[in-house]
Design a binder for this molecule. Structure first.
Ligand code: URA
Length: 212
């Protein structure tokens, strides 16, 4: 069975077996997008309105920002996989609660175990705390916040394999606080260096132009 087929089966299982009030209120499951064989997985928080309507993560305003940041370091959707902590939208985009995180993250863990990334970029507090907390909701409270951890790297182990974790501010945060844009762009450069990407940046062009 291919990686995509294994992921499709996992999605079907969530659609049939997950019991969660978010599911009843949602239009669509928002499972994941990108290359299931990617070395790098981005994990966000939860679907918003556009994501719920289209059934695809990061297609709204935060998604447009994420696309620009990825393009800025020469990454396309073919080279990454993108998913969320929650697979269904919380009403009015409120923060995920602990019950929801406990219900949804066993599936996220399986998703990661299927894809087997070498790098996980966590977007915002929830995914950062979940991944660095040992992929366990109970571990989350021991982990510092994204304001402290962004742009630093740590290694976690999953199924005996090391995964490099790069915590990043959530792209939605810079829509509310434009001063975070600079940090996010710098942190993407940290990631680009890790990936060993050659960034061809002509002065004044692209998202990262001001740093090159
Ligand atoms: N914010 C997220 O965390 N995930 C999405 O899919 C969209 C916005």
């Amino acid at each position: 069975m291919s990686t995509q087929e294994t992921l499709d089966l996992l999605q079907k299982r969530i659609e049939t077996e997950l019991i969660c009030p978010l599911k009843d209120a949602a239009t669509n499951i928002v499972f994941g997008k990108g290359n299931p064989r990617a070395d790098i997985v981005f994990i966000g928080e939860a679907p918003g309105q556009q994501e719920d309507l289209q059934g695809i993560p990061f297609v709204g305003r935060a998604g447009q920002e994420l696309d620009k940041l990825l393009q800025g370091i020469g990454l396309s959707l073919d080279e990454v996989y993108i998913c969320n902590i929650l697979k269904y939208r919380p009403p009015k985009n409120r923060d995920p609660n602990m019950d929801e995180i406990k219900n949804h993250t066993p599936y996220l863990l399986e998703q990661i175990q299927i894809i087997k990334p070498k790098i996980i970029a966590t977007l915002g507090n929830y995914s950062t705390k979940f991944v660095l907390g040992g992929f366990k909701p109970e571990g989350m409270k021991t982990i510092k916040g994204i304001t402290t951890l962004h742009g630093t790297t740590q290694t976690v182990t999953l199924d005996g394999q090391p995964i490099l974790v790069v915590p990043l501010f959530h792209p939605a945060a810079m829509l509310y606080n434009p001063r975070l844009r600079e940090s996010l762009e710098r942190d993407f450069l940290v990631m680009a260096n890790i990936l060993g990407l050659e960034i061809e940046q002509k002065q004044g062009q692209g998202t990262l132009g001001s740093f090159m």
